[in-house]
Design a protein around this ligand. Structure first.
Ligand SMILES: CSCCC(=O)C(=O)COP(=O)(O)O
Ligand SMILES: [Mg+2]
Length: 232
């Protein structure tokens, strides 16, 4: 990429936020609340529609058992991800969950947005879950900084077509979008669709560099490497 990107498209787990926060706070919260949530809200249209999607994706299996199996497998399945977002909402709203962001993230996002860069998210977590995390972060409500949120409804994160769809959705040529992720296979797919890429190699997350993409240990290093504004 010769010129600085027009848009930063960022992953969440392992990129803006600790893997441990997702695996040790978010996922256990959803698992612990699953039965109570379904008992209370299973017949609400929004939840019933998710359960119908679960039944279609896991025919012949009890929907709650399928959801628990997917949780154990960390399956990036849209109905599970949508349901987790709904369950997390109560936890964020009553303060039991605070969205984790590494300390370098919010200052850079604010500086980039202020300089006119567009910001977008692409995560396996549902759009609802993305907005909850950024809206209830320790650094405040960052949702207004973003102009796009994308989840697995555009396709899987290891499929090039997903990134082409996102670039079209952003109304930008793919090479003007810089995708940030810790996962090399996601970056490979983005690069195949023509996006610029950078692998977040955060020591605290134990990420291993792939050697196939530019690398940065944090967002400040991304700013330096790609000629983006730095926080003042
Ligand atoms: C939106 S926070 C929840 C993250 C999540 O559910 C997940 O599966 C992590 O996916 P990512 O694509 O952000 O690595
Ligand atoms: Mg990730």
């Amino acid at each position: 990429m010769a010129a600085p990107p027009a848009c930063i498209l960022t992953d969440i787990e392992g990129t803006t936020s600790a893997i441990a926060f997702v695996k040790e706070t978010l996922f256990p919260f959803a698992a612990a609340e699953l039965d109570a949530f379904l008992d209370a809200r299973g017949t609400a249209p929004e939840v019933a529609s998710i359960l119908a999607d679960v039944a279609a994706a896991a025919p012949g299996e009890d929907p709650r058992a399928a959801l628990r199996r997917w949780m154990a497998e960390d399956a990036k399945v849209t109905p599970l991800k949508t349901l987790q977002g709904l369950i997390w909402r109560a936890g964020y709203e009553d303060g039991r969950i605070k969205g984790h962001l590494w300390p370098d993230v919010a200052p850079c996002l604010r500086a980039w947005a202020k300089a006119g860069l567009r910001l977008a998210v692409y995560s396996s977590g549902s759009v609802e879950a993305q907005k909850l995390l950024f809206g209830h972060s320790a650094a405040g409500d960052l949702v207004p900084l973003f102009s796009g949120f994308f989840d697995t409804r555009v396709g899987g994160k290891r499929e090039a077509a997903s990134y082409a769809t996102i670039a079209t959705g952003l109304n930008l040529p793919p090479d003007e979008v810089l995708f940030l992720s810790d996962v090399a296979e996601e970056l490979d797919a983005a690069a195949a669709a023509g996006l610029a890429t950078c692998q977040l190699v955060r020591a605290a997350d134990g990420t291993r560099p792939s050697g196939r993409h530019p690398e940065a240990p944090d967002f400040a290093a991304i700013a330096r490497r790609f000629g983006l504004p730095a926080p003042t």
